[in-house]
Design a protein around this ligand. Structure first.
Ligand code: SF4
Length: 310
């Protein structure tokens, strides 16, 4: 197969874009171009904004940081050490990947280590408070949201970025649609505006790029990253929905993309009437940590810390 841009040898065929086949150089230019296109299309941020990228050591978040750096944006990284070992030293390996990445490009990486700052690892917190079924994911999500928002707010960043790709977004959309989670559907978006009380503005610049293409970008760009998934990811609902969507994609190339993009267009055209979000109306500041929360009284993270300490 030949590259449609230069006629050289193609290394990748993007089936969701019909005949698009690209050589290594053109593919490595195409991914940042597409990212920039969607940053502008969804008005995520501008050249003067100061960005904070949440990095996990995986292909998506490190590739996102690489792309932003190449596009000339001012972006720092935030790594959250969860204290997860899983027999593979998962957190230690992830941190090392992020540190090497930042050092190689002279970028600033902030590290928040959960065991050091809060006294326990995420799996220990989870066992202590018995939240979630046998997996620490519920506690992990709660801690990550709390720490990311705090870091963005206290650091004075304009936008907090995550490396969610199109497969992540389509899987979330499928889960939310199958259960008609109207509040989540209303909030699922490439960009979430800053909320009252210190909710950081959030954006997902890779939301229109396939996971497979991000894996190819990391590989061809030579970005060292953690290949293993978090040991607690196996059997997750998100992986289940991704597999379903991949089966659909195999039969109908582009199905994942049209599922997600048609949803965004339907929202844009007013299919989901914008109404007052009851959760956002309840938003107030936690009396203990000061972060915005919809819970009555203390936020869920402070309550989890108190329960674990009891
Ligand atoms: Fe946290 Fe994800 Fe691992 Fe669950 S799978 S513990 S949410 S990193």
């Amino acid at each position: 197969m030949k590259c449609v841009k230069c006629g050289g040898k193609a290394v990748i065929h993007l089936r969701q874009h019909n005949t698009l086949a690209l050589c290594k150089e053109d593919f490595l230019a195409w991914v940042p171009e597409q990212t920039q296109r969607f940053i502008e299309k969804y008005r995520m941020f501008g050249r003067d904004d100061w960005l904070l990228v949440a990095v996990s050591g995986g292909k998506d978040s490190l590739s996102l940081w690489d792309i932003l750096w190449r596009l000339g944006y001012a972006a720092d990284g935030l790594y959250i050490g969860l204290g997860i070992d899983g027999g593979i030293g998962y957190s230690d390996k992830s941190l090392k990947m992020c540190q090497q990445f930042a050092a190689a490009r002279g970028l600033n990486l902030q590290v928040v280590d959960v065991p050091q700052e809060f006294g326990r690892t995420i799996p220990e917190f989870s066992a202590r408070v018995q939240r979630g079924r046998k997996k620490p994911c519920a506690v992990c999500g709660l801690a990550k949201r709390h720490i990311m928002n705090r870091a963005a707010r206290e650091g004075g960043y304009d936008v907090l970025l995550t490396g969610h790709n199109l497969d992540d977004e389509a899987a979330t959309l499928m889960a939310n649609t199958l259960n008609w989670m109207s509040g989540y559907l209303l909030r699922q978006s490439p960009v979430l505006e800053a909320g009252s009380g210190g909710l950081a503005r959030k954006a997902k610049p890779l939301c229109r790029i396939y996971e497979r293409d991000m894996a190819a970008y990391a590989l061809l760009r030579g970005i060292p990253h953690v290949y293993e998934e978090c040991p607690y990811a196996s059997g997750s609902k998100s992986l289940f929905y991704k597999e379903l969507l991949n089966r659909l994609e195999a039969e109908r190339p582009g199905a994942k993309m049209s599922f997600y993009v048609a949803f965004l267009e339907a929202k844009e055209s007013g299919l989901f009437a914008r109404q007052a979000d009851p959760d956002l109306e309840r938003l107030h500041n936690c009396p203990t940590c000061g972060q915005p929360t919809t819970a009555v009284g203390e936020c869920a993270f402070c309550r989890m810390l108190a329960k674990a300490a009891a």
